[in-house]
Design a protein around this ligand. Sequence first.
Ligand code: NAD
Length: 392
Amino acid sequence: MVIHPKIRGFICTNAHPVGCAENVRQQIQYIKKQTPISDGPKRVLIIGCSTGYGLASRITSAYASGAKTLGVCFEKEPTERKTGTAGWYNTAAFHEFAKADGLYYHTINGDAFSDEIKAQTIAQIKEDLGQVDLVVYSLASPKRKDPESGEVYSSTLKPIGESYTTKTYDTDKDKVHDISLEPATEDEIAQTIKVMGGQDWERWIAQLHEAGVLAPDCQTTAYTYIGKKLTWPIYGHATIGRAKEDLDRAAASLRSTYKDINLSAWVSSLKALVTQASSAIPVMPLYISLIYGVMKEEGTHEGCIEQIYRLFTEGLYTETPTLDDNSRLRMDGLETNEATQAKIEALWDQITQENFHELADYEGYHAEFLRLFGFAIQGVDYDADVDPQVNW
Ligand code: NAD
C-alpha cells in the first residue's frame, strides 16, 4: 500500500508505519546522546504510552535510565483497508527497538479508565516486574466511562463564566478568523473534570497500592498545561483548566494518603506542543505556530522528548526540583516567561490572514503535525509500497 496523509479537519485519519518508526528512532537517538540518568527509574508504568508526552516518557525511562517499561494505550490496529493509528505503529516500533537493545517492554491496549485494564496491568506487573517505581499518567481523551456508574462523560473545550471571542487559525481552510465560544454549563464543567481531572489517576494509584505493586519511594506524575494570558480564556481558566486544577487536588491527596510507601505525586507542567490532543483545541494551532517561530529564534524550542528528558533530570530525579507555589514541577518556563510571552502577544495583535504565514511558523507547526502520523519525515520514501500490517 502507498500511504499518503488523509487529513480531515484537525485530524489525520491514517498513519505511515515506516515514518512512525523513524520518529521513534529519532527520539531514542536523542536520548542516547544525553547523559544517562543513573539514579532514574527502573520499572515504569506509563498510562498513555503510545504518542506525545507519554511516548517520550517511555523512551526517556527506557533509554536514559535502562528502565523496564510497561505501557497502556488505546490504539487501533491496521485492517485490510485501513492503516493502524500512529500510536499503534509507534508502539510496534518501540517494541522492536527495545527488543534489539535488550530492554523489557510490554504494552496493554485497552481503555485505561476501565477497572479491567487496571486489573490486567496489575497482573502483568506482578508477573514481570514485581513492583513499579514510577507511574506516569499521560492520558488525553475526549470521553471517559465511569467504571462504577457506567456513565460516559464527555470533556468540553469552553470558557467559563462568559463567552469569549478571539482569533484562531483554521488549519483545514488556511484561514485566520475570529471565533466566539459560548461559556460552558455547570454540567459541562463537571463532565470535563470527570474526564481530564484527577479521579482516574487516583483510582489507578489506589488499585496499584492495594495490590502492593507500588515500590517504596515510588513517584507518580500527571501532566498539565498552564500557559499564560493568551491561552487562559480557552485553556487555563476554561473547562480543561478546571479539570487540570483537579489534578492539583489529586496530587496533594495522593501525597497524604500513601505516606506508608512515601509516594511522591507531582503534577508536571509542560509546554504547548503539537500533539494529537493539542491540535483539537481551538486557538492552539495559532498560538503554537507563534511560539514555535519565537522560540526557534530564541534557540529555546523543544519537542516532547527534550521536555521529558528535562522533566526527569531537572524535576523527577534531582534533589533540587523547581516547584511552583502549588507544588507543581515546572518545565514550561521557556515558553511562559514574560519576555517570550511579550513577543508572542505583540505578534498576536498583528496577525491577519495576509501576514499569518510570514509572522507565524505555520510551516513548522504543519510539518510537526504530519510527523505525528509518520509523514513528512526526511529519508522516508512516501511513494514506496509498504505493508501496513504491523503487529506487536
Ligand atoms: P496524545 O494525544 O499524544 O496522547 C494521549 C495518549 O493517551 C495516547 O497514548 C493514547 O493512546 C492514550 N489514551 C487516550 N485515551 C485512552 C484510553 N481511554 N485508554 C488508554 N489510553 C488512552 O496527548 P499528549 O498531548 O501527549 O497529552 C498527554 C498529557 O499531556 C495530557 O494530560 C495533556 O493535557 C498533557 N499536556 C499536553 C500538552 C500539549 O501541548 N500537547 C502540554 C502540556 C500538557
